[in-house]
Ligand binder design. Structure first.
Ligand code: GAP
Length: 448
């Protein structure tokens, strides 16, 4: 199902087109929409949640299930507040920001060129900015019953810190030796000053993180290994090569914990941007948590008896950003003849929310198709649609990226055959109902 674009095919140029499609078809829309939305928060509807689940399942399969050297974890979102002192987030996790004294809006000091005019000032549209101040990006919450006794805590700004604090427990319980990793998928929260570009920069988002613990002598080797693995994973999801690249960090842009870092970037309509970070975090995290907790988080090699603090190679991918990259790079508008055009999401079958649409040519044929639907639901997320003309029904499925449609017509009852229609080529063929499941499996699963 590789895209074969004709010169008349248009790729996504304006994010507004994708935002509108996502809202209209129930992929993603503003959270709390009836109250006017809440900036930086998004809800995933029926199709969006399927897309997201598929991406997470692919990650879990490749990073955890297919390996014997990675264990899974699902830790609490709220950690002991000392965690964030040890991790450096209380001290370092901030952006310089300025306020406009007149319109009261807040901007990142390094993005003032994009601030736009001041809407509240008379006789001028220039802002009246304060000095830049550091603004911590962690979202605070209070824990405990009474206001006075309640203590300050944070919603985690990254999922990995509990992996470090749980490392000893997980390693011993799973009887793992270095090198090994711990992986987790979960929500993270950042009080971003300027959430923007749809879900790209949000205040609540999901990360899939792997912390891989290695001997200090092997850190370069494992960094290179994981960078290659992760790039291959994005390719395998169907993000085309020309929209993917790796960018190594310059020393001045390294996060406070990182010794070496590289980003996997995707080309969006708004430019090349990070979807995943691969970091050599050294012994920063385990060293700091040992120091702050007073517990030794080092390990002893059972053969050499060497005691050392493992180095950490981290891979950290944003699930929301990956979904956005998949949607943005799959989007096409293309002519279909007769002056008509269609919008199609050329999603890889593995991530497509609906795998097969079942379309009886007439409502009178509902019964046998409902029976088929029940059978196919045991294998895939399928969708039944008997309303509107068949061309319009195909278009509706193209627009949400359904790879295959099965049409049951007035002949099907007699000859035991249905029409199988391919999303990308729009080719149609008659196939035997009896052979439908293996044929669908071959088409949906052969793409890797
Ligand atoms: N533990 C390392 C870490 O959190 P990061 O580069 O800050 O590193 C990793 O974040 C990934 O999380 C990013 O590549 C991105 O995909 C996702 N991410 C970070 N901030 C985000 C935000 N505000 N909105 C959506 N995704 C975000």
């Amino acid at each position: 199902m590789s895209p074969d674009d004709s010169p008349a095919t248009r790729r996504l140029e304006r994010m507004e087109d994708l935002v509108a499609l996502c809202a209209r078809r129930g992929f993603v829309f503003a959270a709390s929409e009836v109250y006017g939305g809440i900036n930086g928060f998004w809800d995933y509807g029926p199709l969006g949640v399927e897309l997201k689940q598929n991406v997470k399942a692919r990650w879990w399969q490749s990073v955890v299930r297919e390996r014997d050297d990675v264990e899974g974890l699902d830790s609490a979102i709220v950690a002991h507040p000392r965690t964030w002192e040890a991790s450096g987030h209380v001290e370092h996790f901030s952006d310089p920001m300025v306020d406009c004294r007149v319109c009261k809006k807040r901007f990142r000091a390094d993005q003032l060129a994009e601030a736009g005019p001041c809407s509240a000032r008379e006789g001028s549209c220039e802002h009246d900015f304060t000095e830049a101040r550091n603004f911590n990006l962690m979202l605070e919450t209070r824990i405990g019953a009474s206001e006075e006794a309640a203590s300050l805590a944070y919603l985690r700004p990254e999922t990995c810190q509990s992996i470090f604090t749980d490392m000893k427990r997980v390693r011993e319980a799973a009887r793992q030796k270095i090198p090994f990793g711990i992986a987790q998928i979960g929500k993270a929260f950042r009080n971003e000053i300027n959430p923007r570009n749809f879900t790209f920069r949000s205040r609540e988002f999901e990360q899939a993180e792997l912390e891989f613990f290695v001997h200090p002598s092997e850190r370069e080797k494992w960094f290179a290994y994981w960078l290659e693995q992760r790039l291959a994973w994005h390719r395998g999801l169907g993000i085309p090569d020309e929209c993917l690249r790796v960018r190594a960090h310059e020393s001045w842009e390294l996060a406070h914990y990182a010794k070496t870092a590289a980003d996997v970037e995707c080309r969006f309509p708004f430019g090349w941007h990070e979807i995943e970070g691969i970091h050599d975090r050294g012994d920063w995290d385990l060293g700091r948590h040992s120091e702050f907790s007073g517990k030794d988080l080092g390990v002893t090699d059972p053969e050499t008896r060497e005691h050392f603090v493992p180095m950490v190679i981290e891979t950290s991918v944003g699930i929301d950003r990956t979904c956005l990259a998949l949607l943005a790079t799959a989007y096409r508008e293309e002519p279909v003849g007769g002056g008509e055009s269609r919008t199609v999401l050329r999603l890889h079958p593995a991530v497509a929310p609906i795998k097969v649409a079942l379309l009886p040519l007439s409502k009178k044929l509902a019964e046998p198709v409902r029976t088929l639907e029940r059978e196919l639901r045991r294998h895939w997320n399928v969708f039944y649609d008997d309303s509107g003309n068949i061309g319009r029904r195909y278009r509706r499925q193209d627009e949400v990226g359904t790879p295959l449609c099965v049409t049951y017509d007035f002949e099907s009852g007699g000859d035991g055959k249905v029409t199988l229609r391919d999303r990308d080529s729009m080719a149609q063929e008659r196939v035997a109902l009896e052979a439908l499941v293996p044929i669908l499996r071959e088409r949906l699963e052969s793409a890797g």
